[in-house]
Design a protein around this ligand. Structure first.
Ligand code: AMP
Ligand code: ZN
Length: 115
């Protein structure tokens, strides 16, 4: 995907505040943070979201979750954190390149969803 913003970030064509990178995944801080610590982990391969994902993405999705704790610890999230994976219109997904948000910080996060 040539004009996907997260593909461009993954290729280094758009700068990001990097948390971690390897051959399969990239983690970088959200440009508009919703918590004191807010970064996301993306696969370098383009897939729009989990709706479009399939078992061909199993390894990279496993790697993203497998790295989450280490990367959260590297950002000081020792009291816990929340993962959010917005998927499609009803979740208000804005960027259609799969990303796992990691949010945390000193204050307790609000409820998962408003009742
Ligand atoms: P979502 O609603 O789950 O699609 O969230 C997309 C997120 O990407 C938002 O929280 C944006 O602030 C973030 N975002 C958009 N452009 C950039 C960028 N260039 N660098 C870092 N984060 C970005
Ligand atoms: Zn992309």
């Amino acid at each position: 995907m040539t004009d996907c913003i997260f593909c461009k970030i993954a290729r280094g064509e758009i700068p990001s505040r990097k948390v971690y990178e390897d051959e399969d995944i990239l983690a970088f801080h959200d440009i508009n943070p919703l918590a004191p610590v807010h970064f996301m982990i993306i696969p370098k391969v383009h897939v729009a979201n989990l709706y479009d994902g399939d078992m061909s993405h199993q390894a990279v999705l496993g790697k993203i979750l497998g790295k989450a704790g280490e990367l959260a610890r590297s950002q000081g999230l020792d009291d816990g954190f929340r993962l959010i994976v917005n998927t499609g219109r009803i979740s208000h997904q804005e960027v259609y390149h799969l990303h796992v948000h990691i949010l945390g910080g000193p204050e307790v996060l609000g409820p998962m969803l408003k009742r």
